[in-house]
Design a protein around this ligand. Structure first.
Ligand code: AMP
Ligand code: GLY
Length: 423
């Protein structure tokens, strides 16, 4: 079969790498891809948001399966577009339609879905600008810090956590007045949950589901998880505190009610569900749903899957995921992200990356890279994810850090404390 992966980051490189390993896979295309993806497939110069362009490519290259990497095309309805098109309806497309993608596209919808299905999550209320006084009253009832979330997509920047109530009120006003454009026309205010975060990943065909390995990511730019939020600076899987007892709670209290909730609302959800949650004294509470895999979580979750992933993904088409075998590697996978100095604020692009070929004991998943003549150059904030295996977090992270030092480009930066909080 021929597969097309939409996206250009480390997540998409990893998905393409894994899908290419299957005997069932003939060709893998990555659109638009990066400088690393040609080592596992063929880059296609497509815009994932131009659905007609994607359609033309799918038809002319006999694509049997499309995997949508990022959330944007899902929220904008690429899966609905495929299902409603006579020429595309038999293509397996991995990801939910709009009615499922709204779980990530609207925090208010996600909270309502959780409450309706008795899924543990922080207490909340949603407000618009003309309800500002009610919002203030609600805030007065909560204890600090105050959690304010733009309802819509805001590229990971839409959540503010503020200690001081006056500052929180001022920020709320700014948000409702358009700080994040339309995305913050509605704001979810919720109770702060104190605990440690972990993410679970579910693959579902709408009837059956499998739990993929869990992961912890490191979102802040600085050591000790300080400073500005980023897309993610590293990740580790498995997560030691996410033991069998905890995982069973996640399955019974969160995963099953989520899948049943889709059925109850007639949402035909075939794709990934990424559940970000907080472990509060041993009990899981959902912080957010995403309708795609995480980045850089994918770079540790997918390498731990030993079995055929192409077969698993293709089974979503006829809802036969229950017939697919899954085998998971027990070892620890860790990834360390090399980023451009200055990220997540302004940074430079176009620096030559050297020593990539010398790395033998890690897998490099490219994120923001581009080919330039015979060189690989930086082309984004997050540049390369360095994934390694080990028998412990220390061993896996140690290999990635050694290689993070070896690979070079001007203004390279990375965190050296990935996984340390778990030891
Ligand atoms: P989100 O975009 O919803 O993932 O939120 C970004 C980050 O804010 C999360 O990864 C958490 O670290 C934090 N966060 C969100 N909601 C809460 C909450 N209710 N309590 C504590 N931290 C939160
Ligand atoms: N690493 C967080 C995310 O992909 O949303």
């Amino acid at each position: 079969m021929n597969a097309l992966i939409l996206g250009s980051g480390g997540r998409e490189h990893t998905l393409a790498w894994k899908i290419a390993q299957s005997e069932k896979t003939e060709k893998v295309f990555i659109a638009p891809g990066n400088a690393g993806t040609p080592s596992v497939g063929i880059n296609a110069d497509l815009n994932p948001l131009d659905f007609n362009q994607v359609k033309e490519f799918v038809l002319s290259n006999n694509i049997n399966m499309v995997v949508v990497g990022p959330e944007d095309p899902l929220v904008k309805g690429i899966v609905d577009f495929f299902r409603n098109d006579n020429q595309l309806k038999d293509v397996c497309i991995v990801g939910p339609q709009k009615d499922g993608a709204i779980l990530e596209g609207s925090k208010d919808f996600a909270k309502e879905f959780m409450f309706k299905n008795n899924i543990p999550t922080a207490k909340y209320k949603t407000f618009t600008l003309n309800q500002f006084d009610d919002a203030v009253e609600f805030m007065n009832q909560l204890n600090p810090p105050y959690v304010l979330k733009a309802d819509g997509l805001a590229a990971g920047k839409g959540v503010l956590i503020i200690d001081d109530i006056d500052e929180a009120k001022a920020s709320l006003k700014e948000m409702l007045n358009g700080k994040f454009g339309e995305s913050s026309a509605k704001v979810v205010i919720e109770e702060f949950l104190k605990g440690i975060e972990v993410s679970y990943f579910v693959l579902t065909d709408g009837k059956n589901f499998v739990l993929l390995p869990e992961a912890k990511d490191y979102k802040r730019i600085g050591e000790g998880d300080t400073g500005l939020n980023t897309g993610g600076m590293g990740a580790v899987s498995p997560v030691p505190f996410a033991n069998e007892t905890f995982t069973n709670k996640v399955i019974e209290r969160i995963v099953k009610p989520t899948i049943n909730g889709f059925a109850a609302d007639n949402i035909d959800y075939r794709g990934f569900v990424f559940i970000g949650l907080m472990n509060v004294n041993g009990d899981p509470y959902v912080i957010e749903y995403n309708v795609r895999m995480g980045d850089p979580e994918t770079e540790v979750v997918i390498p731990r899957i030993k079995s055929d992933f192409t077969e698993a993904l293709y089974s979503l088409k006829d809802q036969s995921l229950d017939k697919v075998e899954f085998e998971i590697d027990n070892r620890t996978a860790a990834t360390v992200m090399l980023v451009s100095g200055g990220y997540p604020e302004s940074y430079e692009k176009g620096h030559t990356i050297s020593n990539i070929e010398s790395i033998t004991d890690s897998v490099l998943f490219h994120a923001g890279t581009k080919s330039d003549n015979n060189n690989v150059i930086t082309n984004g904030g997050r540049v390369i994810a360095i994934t390694s295996f080990g028998d412990s977090i220390n061993e896996a992270v140690g290999k990635s850090l050694k290689n993070a030092e070896a690979i070079n480009f001007n203004k390279k930066y990375y965190r050296t404390d990935i996984g340390k909080d778990l030891l």
